[in-house]
Design a protein around this ligand. Sequence first.
Ligand code: ADP
Length: 485
Amino acid sequence: MKVLFASSEIYPLAKTGGLADVAGALPQALRQGGCDVRLLMPAYRGIAAQAEARAVANLGDPFGRGDAEILEGRLPGCDLPLWLLDNPALFDRDGGPYQTAAGADWPDNDVRFALLSWAAARLSQPGSPLGWQPDILHCHDWQTGLAPAYLKAWGGPAPATVFTIHNMAYQGNFASDLVPRLGLPWELYTLDGFEFWGHLSFLKAGLALADRLTTVSPTYAQEIQSAPNGFGMEGLLSWRGRELSGILNGADYTIWDPSVDSHLPRRYGLEDFTEGKAANKAALQAELGLPQRAGAPLLIVISRLSDQKGMDLLLGIMPAVLGLGCQLALLGTGDRRLEDAFRGLAESHGDQVAVRIGYSEDLAHRMQAGADMLLMPSRFEPCGLTQIYALRYGTLPVVHRTGGLADTVVDSTYDSMLHTQATGFVFDQSLASAFQWTIERAAALIRNPEQWRRIQATAMRMAFGWDKAAAAYTDLYRALRPHAG
Ligand code: ADP
């Protein structure tokens, strides 16, 4: 089974969130299951050198922005074949994959990701200059949503297409005059094509035109079929409900496991997690300039700072949380308003709050190891990886019961504790009061170290490896292309 995986970010080359982790790890698991997977992503600045990539094909200049070249290399850390879409005018710039360093969307994101979609489609067709044609084109999120539209528009033999939704909130909706400029036919600018309230929607193109749809947890697959989590596309999603499945993401335990994690001052496992976590906690407090209080519950947030993540709820209950004697360490970037509010909190409560605005893979690992609890009060959460990592580090997640959070964390109730199933703390309603009460519940339980250790041990034993997801995706590919092997 030959699969082309097209994604706008792939760990470790470019990452803004969970999509990169998925696009870096799932293909490796698929390959172990026998698939021949190749990756396609843009050649953002500096990436070609890291992937040791060199030019192998020229695809021409479809949108008048200069030639699109394909560079061939390998994903660092494994030997997965990687194709980079090189177009210096569109991708070779400082800043992030989608935004400037100041946090504004790149004004030409429409053309940038249309080109990525176009290249994915072009490389999937017979006659691709790479001489390798996939049975399946697997696209991810709006940035690759137009690929099924191009294949449909061009006609002729084509691979089956799978479109995976990592987040319905990001849709890539642009002015409709782009349709001809991107070489797309008006015939697909319809209710059952890529038209969405008078706009060209990249996400809707993927949702309407791919052969199969998946999303990253079973609960989210249900939630997006109605408002508000369908973000206006719930009708289309429920209409395609039989072709939509929820496959839970996994964790890459070669990267996210405290017994092998090279970022930690002290590694630990199931046998010695109490001492291991205590050592990491003291080191983390020192690193962040927090008082080294072993007994103060240390709560962490590692997150994009956006409305989705419920950070406004956290801000609202901070006086109560601090009143419990907790410490908070936050690592995140995003919404300027939230960044400023958390910075302000750290300034006024330096003895209990440490805030790092920015992105640091290293610190994220040390926080997972040193913390007692991870806070994820997300309003919606397609899967969420941070809480899956936290479980393995014995850091108990406090989460809203939504999407993948509902599918991965078991609330500590009398029953679940009795049956050694509890792994964290879950609240049902997206309300500050519910969130506060749940933190209070957790802060009370941590005073019972024996019980807390039992929950930690259960959490650490949870296995969300990629093998299960890879088997589910492989089944889906086989159903689409039964003769492909
Ligand atoms: P999302 O994809 O919605 O951002 P996930 O929980 O699925 O959320 O994935 C988030 C990923 O990004 C995790 O690997 C997490 O460790 C990482 N991450 C998020 N913010 C930061 C940050 N500021 N610094 C380092 N890593 C971060």
